[in-house]
Design a protein around this ligand. Structure first.
Ligand code: ADP
Ligand code: MG
Length: 317
């Protein structure tokens, strides 16, 4: 039964692998001279998604959040594995899940080459493998004093959508419809990450919130930063809620955006703009790296804004 399930739902041609699904291991031949970038992410029902969520959306998101890690490293996606625990063999669910998963995979040229399938509480564990030229990975430890801080796309939408879904923020249905896709169908910035090789001095994907994730860059790079709240890019609809503290918190520290936050030298602004244009993504300058450690958020008048949360803590009570 399990072999049948794997054959039906998860076995596809893998021209980019020597050997794909079906043996004890996949066989992969890296492009000569490239380094491999490897990352895993787990999604647990009740923590990262709820039982009512659409299976196709879950297929999309589970791979998208993993691709986002490759994007943040500037790596080209190549191969992925999928370990899945399922409470029951539900063919309709698996068909929809696989549709969402493979659509995302095809968009980014990544091939499913193996995995594991077992019975249990719905759990998804995905590993992605990408390639990056030696010395060109976008690491967290390269930010330099004086660098610009940039962010791609818009931020805060996914956290706002989650706050709405959990009843912590009231929104009109029309407004909610504008932010919900960010939560359920995030777009990994793979092309941007690749285009920023040799330009960005550091990068991270915003999975746990801007301040928390930028904080990781600052810590690893031994620098600080000042961020201008008014410069943070959001959807127009989000602006209508910024008088509420919870909405400001969503923009500054809300998770699940999967945009890239990165740093680059001031004299590379044109190169950053060209990279963003080639990737078809907007990028916005939101602040500056300083030699003094610490993270400050300032308002339009340059006055420090107090903030409480610095991101999603998976182990918080
Ligand atoms: P083994 O007992 O050797 O671990 P499995 O029965 O777990 O083998 O898996 C058989 C083959 O199917 C292997 O190639 C494995 O990588 C692949 N596989 C299992 N589950 C999945 C899945 N969910 N997605 C993709 N490939 C899978
Ligand atoms: Mg196995």
């Amino acid at each position: 039964m399990e072999f049948d399930l794997i054959a039906r739902h998860f076995t596809r041609a893998t021209p980019g692998a020597v050997l794909g699904v079906g043996d004890d291991c996949a066989l992969l031949a890296p492009t000569p001279g490239m380094q491999l970038a490897v990352s895993s992410d787990m999604l647990l029902e009740g923590h990262h998604f709820s039982p009512q969520d659409s299976p196709a959306g879950l297929g999309h998101k589970s791979l998208a959040v993993n691709l986002s890690d490759l994007a943040a490293m500037g790596a080209t996606p190549r191969w992925t594995t999928l370990a899945i625990a399922l409470p029951e063999e539900n063919d309709a669910w698996l068909t929809a899940f696989a549709r969402g998963f493979f659509r995302m995979a095809d968009q980014h040229g990544i091939e499913l080459v193996g995995g594991d399938t077992t019975r249990g509480a719905l759990t998804l564990s995905i590993t992605v493998i990408g390639e990056v030229p030696p010395g060109q990975a976008l690491r967290r430890d390269g930010a330099q004093a004086g660098d610009d801080v940039w962010v791609s796309g818009v931020i805060g939408s996914a956290a706002l959508a989650l706050a709405y879904r959990q009843g912590r923020l009231s929104m009109g249905q029309i407004d909610a419809a504008k932010v919900l896709p960010a939560l359920y169908l995030p777009t990994p910035r793979v092309e941007l990450g690749i285009a920023l090789r040799g330009i960005a001095t550091s990068a991270i994907d915003i999975s746990d919130g801007l301040l928390g994730d930028l904080g990781h860059i600052l810590e690893r790079s031994h620098v600080g930063a000042t961020i201008e709240f008014a410069a943070l890019p959001t959807l127009p609809v989000v602006q209508n809620y910024l008088h509420e503290a919870i909405a400001r918190d969503c923009v500054l520290a809300g998770g699940d955006d999967y945009e890239l936050c990165f740093t680059a030298p001031v004299d590379r602004r044109d190169a950053v703009a060209a990279a963003a244009q080639s990737a078809g993504v907007t990028v916005t300058r939101i602040g500056r790296i300083s030699a003094e450690t610490g993270l400050t958020v300032v308002d339009a008048d340059g006055q420090p804004l107090p903030f409480e949360h610095t991101g999603y803590d998976h182990f918080a009570a």
